[in-house]
Design a protein. Structure first.
Length: 386
């Protein structure tokens, strides 16, 4: 009996449907690749007609997956793709968005499968979803940001490791991969998989941090509505205004910002761009973010950032002069997916080739991660004091 014969046709059909969706193909396209009628493909996806070996190989090639991915018992197939809205910003951005969504789907699938193989299912500690009410959006966002900070025991302190905080305390899966420069991040939620974020690893660390908290805001108020965060997107909707202000408030609590502002302004006798840079570094945010936060709190005149920009203020050169050239990294510790992959490899559950395919990494990138985190000395037992 072949692997195809031993698998339930309904299960295999559903996996083929998900793989087709992830590849961005319509049923008509897939049927054409296979050389069959659309009704035949529908029957295969619904498990009403068994797929033959040669057909499975053709579909796997068309969907950019391996036959083994479709047939292995432990494979998990997460379907987040179809829930996303299409971009209305042109063919390039729509294509880039679809690629990012498919990548998020692939990495979420890998995470769930690795957790199952290792017996390390992600524990969900999700705060309840909130509703944006009528009234002042900024005040509601500020209140929710402080409520979440209190829930996490953060008080007013700056956040030094946003990835570990969001992954471990809130059960959000965060993935980092290079994306089109126009895309800052992607968010999706599934009740069985939990919240997932894909962050553009090519963006500066401060921007990555801001994107994570921006998408966290979507999770807090509209978790069932997936989001693609575009870097040049303006606050067009009530929801976006809420989420934008939530991110600023969560990273830079008003009370903490006011206290630090008063301290710097009093100590120096005046408040200068140098102080802005120091404050941004302390809160782990960009120069623009801290400047706009101070403007919103009435501590600086409206338009201060735009004025400095028009006058050609050199942010990077000023950072170097202050010894702040290296930004605070969003990634304070390896993401959970990386740690799972290392565990799976060291236990012999998956080969380098299998992990490379699952994680959308080439062999060199994967080997760098395995070497960095998989040394035997890291597993040497430490004698504990009792």
């Amino acid at each position: 009996m072949t692997a195809i014969d031993s698998m339930d046709p309904t299960t295999l059909g559903d996996r083929l449907r998900v793989a087709r969706s992830n590849a961005g193909l319509k049923q008509e396209d897939a049927a054409r690749e296979l050389g069959v009628a659309r009704t035949t493909l529908i029957a295969i996806e619904q498990g009403q007609r068994k797929v033959r070996g040669d057909e499975l190989r053709k579909l796997a090639a068309a969907y950019h997956v391996t036959v083994n991915d479709l047939l292995r018992d432990a494979a998990v197939h997460v379907d987040l793709v179809g829930k996303f809205r299409r971009s209305s910003k042109g063919a390039h951005l729509e294509s880039a968005s679809e690629d990012a969504v498919r990548l998020l789907n692939r990495l979420a699938t890998a995470a769930v499968e690795l957790e199952g193989r290792l017996g390390q299912r992600q524990q969900f500690h999700h705060p309840p979803e909130k509703t944006i009410l009528s009234g002042n959006v900024e005040e509601q966002a500020e209140d929710l940001a402080m409520e979440l900070r209190h829930r996490l025991g953060l008080g007013l302190a700056p956040i030094t490791d946003i990835v570990s905080l969001v992954e471990l305390e809130l059960g959000v899966r965060i993935f980092f991969r290079p994306l089109d420069s126009s895309i800052s991040g992607v968010f999706a939620y599934d009740p069985g998989v939990g919240p997932c974020m894909l962050i553009n690893s090519l963006h500066p660390p401060e921007r990555q941090t801001q994107t994570i908290v921006h998408e966290l805001g979507h999770f807090m108020v509209t978790r069932n509505a997936p989001d693609i965060c575009m870097g040049d997107e303006r606050e067009s909707s009530r929801e976006e205004r809420f989420v934008t202000h939530f991110a600023l408030s969560f990273l830079m609590p008003a009370a903490a910002v006011r206290a630090r502002f008063r301290d710097l302004a009093t100590r120096g006798g005046s408040f200068t761009p140098r102080h802005l840079l120091l404050m941004g570094h302390a809160f782990g945010v960009s120069f623009e973010a801290i400047c706009r936060r101070l403007e919103a709190l009435g501590l600086l005149p409206k338009g201060t950032f735009d004025s400095l920009k028009e006058r050609g203020f050199g942010i990077e050169s000023a950072k170097r002069a202050l010894g702040l050239a290296a930004p605070v990294a969003a990634l304070g510790a390896p993401p959970r997916l990386t740690l799972l992959a290392v565990d799976a490899y060291r236990q012999g559950l998956l080969s380098e080739g299998q992990l490379s395919d699952m994680l959308a990494l080439d062999r060199v990138q994967l080997r760098e991660q395995l070497d960095a985190l998989g040394g035997d000395e890291l597993d040497d037992a430490i004698t504990l004091q009792t």
